[in-house]
Design a protein around this ligand. Structure first.
Ligand code: SAH
Ligand code: SF4
Length: 349
């Protein structure tokens, strides 16, 4: 019999599982508390549970978690980057940022990515597999255990496309916002997507109070299709249509991500075109000086061009920030650490 992934179970699912094993209702509360509040990584650590029951739990369930393979701490700003190894040997990474208002974690939702964006390290080597809800949660639990701090914000901006792992990501959101667990409110969670339009509408149907980030990176189809294959399926106007609807219905501001790459998407014309297309959408634009990825060849825009770009958007009435690059000494952008580790392993073989 295959053991069940207990950390991925909602409280109600766990309750009915345990009930079917003949256990009283209070056990579900105890066990859920150990798993999602006290963050244990084995049943043996559950000190108010008898040996017999621990044995029974071990026979039926497994606690999936992330083991720390490597940890890097930035000497500039306390950003911590973890490389985790999963039970099947896959690698995963996440980053914890220490902001003035608390600790924010950037988690991965897939091993690898199918979307193939031209500038991103996550997709190098293709897609490996989906992450279970417990493996998305496990990154937060492992980091929180290791750092001894409370993580108060989550961004789904690590490796992978969250809306391409829709059901598991929705389950993760349910678990992480459960008041019997970490209890991180939806308003403290951001989900970033490359623009899988039908799934944006599905997300809208859930009426969650999370922040939707959209990786736009170009003002028109010509440029966007060159750097983001997803644009061949859903065009800029379809994507912006979905964003407009999302913002209108939820009254939540969309955050548009725009990675600035020299000579690709950083001209004054691009800024003006973008300013026009975002008109009337409740939004915020985040300009990110692109991280250079050796295999990818793009160059980061220079500061003057970024400032010019920003000024054009602001003049048109948009709110814009230039994201400061955190942990620049530890390769904090998504996919880079895993890429290096895979290279290392291949060399060692
Ligand atoms: N797949 C989702 C979420 C993960 S990527 C998405 O694409 O939105 C998180 C963010 O990092 C995205 O906005 C992505 O476009 C951006 N990104 C990826 N590679 C980058 C790079 N080399 N420089 C700057 N931003 C990058
Ligand atoms: Fe995947 Fe996002 Fe990277 Fe594109 S930017 S390859 S969607 S992780």
């Amino acid at each position: 019999m295959e053991k069940k992934d207990i950390v991925s179970m909602s409280f109600d699912e766990l309750s009915s599982e345990l009930k079917s094993m003949g256990l009283p209702a209070f056990r579900a509360k105890q066990i859920y508390d150990w798993l999602h509040k006290k963050l244990v990584s084995s049943f043996e650590e559950m000190t108010n549970i008898s040996k017999e029951l621990i044995e029974k739990l071990n026979d039926n369930f497994v606690i999936f978690g992330c083991s720390i393979e490597k940890k890097l701490v930035s000497s500039y700003d306390n950003t911590v980057k973890y490389l985790f190894v999963l039970p099947d040997g896959e690698y995963l990474e996440c980053v914890v940022m220490d902001y003035k208002y608390g600790h924010t974690i950037c988690v991965s939702t897939q091993v690898g990515c199918k979307m193939g964006c031209a500038f991103c390290a996550s997709g190098i080597g293709g897609f490996k597999r989906q992450l279970a809800p417990s493996e998305i949660l496990g990154q937060i639990y492992a980091a929180q255990r290791d750092l001894g701090v409370r993580i108060s914000r989550i961004v789904l901006m690590g490796m992978g496309e969250p809306l391409d792992n829709f059901d598991n990501v929705m389950k993760f959101l349910e678990l992480v916002s459960d008041e019997r667990g970490l209890n991180i409110g939806m308003r403290h969670i951001s989900l970033s997507t490359s623009g899988i339009v039908p799934r944006i509408y599905d997300l809208l149907d859930r009426r969650l109070q999370l922040t939707l980030s959209v990786s736009l990176h170009a003002p028109n189809d010509e440029i966007r299709s060159k750097i983001m294959p997803v644009n061949n399926k859903w065009s800029v106007s379809e994507l912006l249509g979905a964003c407009r609807r999302y913002a209108d219905v939820t009254s939540r501001r969309i955050s548009f991500e725009y990675a600035m790459m020299q000579g690709v998407n950083d001209s004054a014309e691009c800024a003006a075109e973008l300013a026009g297309k975002l008109k009337g959408i409740l939004c915020h634009v985040n300009l990110i000086p692109a991280n250079e990825v050796p295999e990818k060849g793009h160059k980061r825009s220079n500061d003057t061009d970024i400032e010019k770009f920003k000024a054009i958007l602001e003049k048109a009435g948009h709110t814009v920030t230039v994201r400061r690059t955190l942990g620049s000494d530890i390769n904090a952008s998504c996919g880079q650490l895993r890429r290096e580790k895979i290279k290392e392993d291949n060399l060692g073989k």
